[in-house]
Write a protein that binds this ligand. Sequence first.
Ligand SMILES: O=C(O)CCC(=O)C(=O)O
Ligand SMILES: [Fe+2]
Length: 307
Amino acid sequence: MTSQLVHTTIQVHQVSSSLGAEIAGVRISGDLDPTTVTDIRHALLRHKVIFFRDQHHVDDATQRAFASLLGTVTKPHPTVAGDGDAVLPIDSEYGKANSWHTDVTFIDRIPAISILRAITLPPYGGTTSWANTVRAYEKLHPSLKALADKFWAVHSNLYDYAAERDEKRIGGIDVKEQARRDEFRHLEFETEHPVVRVHPETGDRSLVLGHFVRRFVGLNSHDSQDLFHLLQRHITRLDNTVRWNWRPGDIAIWDNRATQHYGVDDYDSHPRLLHRITLAGDIPVSVDGIRSTPRRGDAAHFSPVAT
Ligand SMILES: O=C(O)CCC(=O)C(=O)O
Ligand SMILES: [Fe+2]
């Protein structure tokens, strides 16, 4: 079957001074022409998270076809089976991503881009926030930049043990949530990343931190925690974020090399489901040109390394 490539002139409406833009004039599909794809990519690199409204026609196959115009589609996740092919369900029944993070930083080849599509939304709440990790770095005091430039951090998918033990003791989590956590950590990954990476496409410096950090290389746990909170606080200050109120038919795409995000858990026990497709990324490089080092686990089954 042959299909006609579709050219559109996209309209970009910036949402905040820190990051985020709404893109109008595009019907998401696998048949967009190269110029339109290039325009979308430029908007993504510039605004770091872009939003498309009213894409009600998009199903998993269309989301995947569109994703492959922007890069190499990964498996759903290094440890979670998802649909076995490409789609990772973000399903409130199995847990909530209400913690600031960059996706999958516990492996060496951190995904470049994530594409998230709303399927079932709660009647209230359930927004997602993104933070700009390039702007956070740029706004640091020069002495703090110099400090951050030198440090490396250990990221792991086994991040949460202490909190989990506490929850169990007080009669906490249900069977489904426990099963999801067990799947999440059935393989162990640990990677050392520079705290500051050089973005492979823009050359910008960006802070690589978030939920999966366990400690900084060479620091004890107290100093690690203090340094983590100091830098993480600059990333997540409200002036450095954008918050998106999902509507049916919405698709969000973020540059996972330049952002963190947080799924706000303010919708009680209402069901919420989104489908994520992830694109392969490169291995981060420090400001001194040194690449991240995997310490545990081999992520080759998840994705190739983007070049
Ligand atoms: O639930 C959300 O809003 C965010 C989900 C998330 O972290 C992700 O899709 O990577
Ligand atoms: Fe995420």
